[in-house]
Design a protein around this ligand. Structure first.
Ligand code: ADP
Ligand code: MG
Length: 728
């Protein structure tokens, strides 16, 4: 009997060779780390002292880059890259697709005498013209000015991408239009860091602290799934949309929770080690790896870094996860919800702020003064999350995350903050100010008393919270696994900057003529916490009661992407981004358009993938089996007229009616997709996608999954859930 591709794939897994091991045991981690990066040590070694100093001033203090040093830096960078085997360089950037982009040029330059030399000028380092006119611009560019340029970001070090066939020097860059508009995610991220730095230092000066610079620190924990590559390739849905659009529930899911922190299968461990090895060389400080809750779900966590570098590194991590998986006969799924009924993946966005000496502003500290600084920063973040719930919600709104937010395992679409009982008590004490009888045991006199020790959270005490304080940082957990972390951090930084300024304004206003500034600060903190206390919630975020309670508190609950995205380009937000020079009005509008069209396109691609799968794989399989059953009934009746065939006839009826319903649902989905064109405005298309296309997809899936449970396993063309989730 001939076999199906699915059966072949399953057979091949057991004999799959793992990628040949390059003898990692010989490597020394500290020597390996950053060996493919033009980092500080390399810069110091290879640059003239004056050039090195000038470059450091740009990197550390944000001073404008001295154009006169560009040639010296580009020369050193090229020599270093060529010594490491590089033949090409590329400006590496992050357009508004949410992915990374690059266009390679070789170092080759012809000389008059014939032949060629390696050349790379300062001009080529600083500015590139990729003619990248096909990236989304959200309407900011018309075709006559369609070209954008890339500009070197000296704060993120250049690195080498090494493949078996060659090496490329990658230079992190920003991507802008000739009219000066940001066409990427990096530019607004860097701007938001500057805004936060300015506002934070203004507030700190009011408590007599004068750090040189405040940085945002970030550690993104990345969740992902691994599935066998041959099985993956037999699923058009996984291949095209990153998630399964069909698939009956397997007999065993994650109910037993027997995967979490379990020993990793060797193939997976090999993949992880290979990946870490690559990432370490690129200077990505990968620290932790473990199994996650769902079968075949894993997590990788780096040490924290400055947010823009952490963002570059997270993009690199996601790309390398996918290419490394390929080498090991695996496919890495970064989608937020690859499998229905199984936990989805997120990215815990661990966020804090630190000064140039590394002193963490969200660390409660040991002295009254450190506590004062901590409470001010804490108050600012609490206010920021409450006052800008809309923006934080927008920052995590996309088609894929809709399957996760509000679903049973993920943070809900309602923003709230979990502080932990110790800190909650402190906040209550601050609010009651000792004047009313408080449940809290003590009140805190800012700048006079020290806080009780706040335990570092190692055990995720409230896993249901979308925004949790974990000892010395906030963890924004509603961020999706596949998305760039740029937007959550751009919006959070801007919101916190605005909050810092609000506190500074209030303190400055009331300090005029006041004898004791500490009393003024205490009063401002008390008022702010009182007003924004509604955002604090320590209960179960997944419960129905919380949804009702949150509504009573007036908290925002935008349940899906179209509902969230309308909150973005409002007058208030346009003004906010403009004020902090993070996004101009046109840049905000452009991004709003892009977010909406990404949603519409994503849903449309999924709908068309389902149409194709149902028409060309599911229905044919159903019909083939129907024929077998029908012929078998006829044959049985002919052979034995008294044969009991009633139940088999029922099977035939069930089969035919399932196929027929599947066909009908298919037509409805096709129609819903056709109607998209008539909807005009992208916002109306998004609403149509949500209200008609997605429900039609769900209906179609229901019939497809019922058919899967009826048809002979040997005839079913798609790898099944249990094969994707349990075979390795
Ligand atoms: P915990 O023990 O509280 O779970 P971990 O040390 O495991 O914290 O860190 C979880 C993630 O948080 C890591 O990616 C880590 O780099 C990051 N992280 C820790 N401290 C900070 C900080 N100050 N700012 C940003 N991220 C941080
Ligand atoms: Mg965590």
């Amino acid at each position: 009997m001939s076999t199906t591709p699915r059966q072949d794939a399953l057979r091949n897994i057991s004999s799959a060779p793992s990628a040949s091991a390059p003898g990692f045991e010989r490597f020394n981690l500290t020597e390996l780390f950053g060996s493919r990066v033009f980092n500080d040590a390399v810069q110091r070694r290879r640059l003239r002292p004056d050039v090195y100093q000038a470059l450091r001033r740009t990197i550390d203090r944000g001073e404008g880059l001295d154009p006169r040093i560009a040639d010296a830096v580009s020369d050193a960078m090229k020599d270093w890259a060529v010594e490491h085997g590089a033949t090409h360089f590329t400006h590496w950037f992050q357009p508004m697709t949410g992915l990374t982009a690059e266009k390679h040029d070789s170092f080759l330059s012809p000389v008059v005498e014939g032949g060629a030399i390696h050349a790379f000028t300062g001009k080529e380092l600083i500015k590139g013209e990729p003619d990248a006119s096909s990236f989304p611009s959200g309407g900011t560019r018309s075709t006559f000015e369609a070209r954008g340029y890339t500009a070197w970001d000296p704060t993120s070090p250049a690195f080498l991408r090494v493949t078996p066939y060659g090496t490329t020097l990658c230079i992190p860059t920003a991507f802008c239009s000739w009219t000066g508009e940001a066409l990427d995610t990096k530019t607004p991220l860097l701007r938001s860091c500057e805004a936060l730095d300015r506002s934070a230092r203004r507030l700190l000066a009011l408590i007599d602290e004068r750090p040189e610079r405040i940085f945002v620190t970030l550690g993104p924990e990345q969740e992902y799934f691994l599935v066998d590559r041959e099985l993956f390739q037999l699923r058009p849905d996984l291949l095209i949309s990153g998630r399964s659009l069909f698939g009956a529930k397997p007999p065993k899911g994650q109910e037993l929770e027997d995967h979490y922190f379990r020993t990793m299968p060797e193939r997976v461990l090999n993949f992880m080690m290979d990946l870490e090895h690559e990432l370490w060389q690129l200077g990505v400080p990968v620290k932790t790896r473990h199994n996650e809750v769902a079968p075949h779900q894993f997590e990788l966590a780096p040490l924290f870094e400055h947010v823009s570098i952490a963002t570059d590194h997270n993009m690199l991590t996601m790309e390398l996860m996918q290419s490394t998986a390929e080498r090991h006969g695996l496919a890495c799924l970064l989608h937020e919800k690859p499998f229905a009924g199984v936990n989805g993946s997120g990215k815990h966005n661990n966020w804090s702020m630190a000064d140039e000496r590394g002193s963490n502003l969200l660390d409660p500290g040991h002295t009254p003064h450190e506590n004062l600084r901590f409470i001010l920063c804490l108050t600012a973040v609490i206010r920021a999350v409450d006052a800008h719930q809309d923006l934080l919600r927008v920052s995590i709104a996309h088609a894929a995350n809709d399957h996760r937010l509000g679903a049973n395992e993920a943070p809900p679409a309602i923003l709230s903050i979990f502080l932990g009982s110790e800190l909650e008590e402190v906040v209550e004490g601050l609010i009651s100010g000792g004047q009313t009888k408080s449940r809290a045991r003590s009140t805190v006199q800012l700048g006079v008393t020290t806080l009780p020790p706040i335990p570092r959270d190692t055990s995720d005490r409230n896993r249901t919270s979308p925004f949790a304080f974990t000892g010395n940082k906030f963890e924004f957990r509603a961020v999706g696994s596949s998305q760039t972390i740029a937007y959550p951090n751009i919006f959070l930084n801007t919101a916190v900057a605005e909050s810092f300024d609000h506190l500074s304004d209030e303190i400055e206003k009331r300090s005029k003529g006041a004898a004791d500034r500490r009393a003024v600060i205490q009063e401002v903190v008390r008022e702010t916490l009182t007003r924004h206390q509604r955002i604090l919630f320590s209960g179960d975020n997944y419960s129905r009661e919380w949804e009702r309670e949150a509504a009573k508190r007036g908290l925002l609950n935008a349940k899906n992407t179209p509902d969230a995205l309308v909150l973005f380009a409002t007058e208030a937000n346009q003004a906010l981004f403009e004020k902090y020079a993070v996004l101009s009005r046109r840049e905000t509008t452009a991004r709003s358009n892009i977010f909406f069209s990404a949603y519409v396109h994503r849903v449309a691609v999924e709908a068309l993938t389902m149409v194709q799968m149902a028409s060309t794989a599911l229905i044919p399989a159903g019909i083939a089996y129907q024929k077998i059953v029908a012929e078998s009934i006829n044959a049985a009746r002919a052979a034995a007229p008294k044969a009991e065939l009633g139940e088999q006839e029922k099977l035939l009826v069930e089969l035919s009616s399932t196929i027929s319903r599947l066909r009908a649902a298919l037509t409805i989905l096709k129609d819903a997709h056709h109607q998209l064109e008539d909807k005009g405005e992208i916002t109306a298309q998004a609403v149509h996608s949500r209200d008609l296309i997605l429900p039609a997809m769900l209906e179609l899936r229901g019939h497809g999954d019922r058919l899967e449970m009826l048809v002979d396993d040997a005839l079913w063309p798609l790898p099944k859930y249990h094969e994707l989730l349990f075979v390795h």
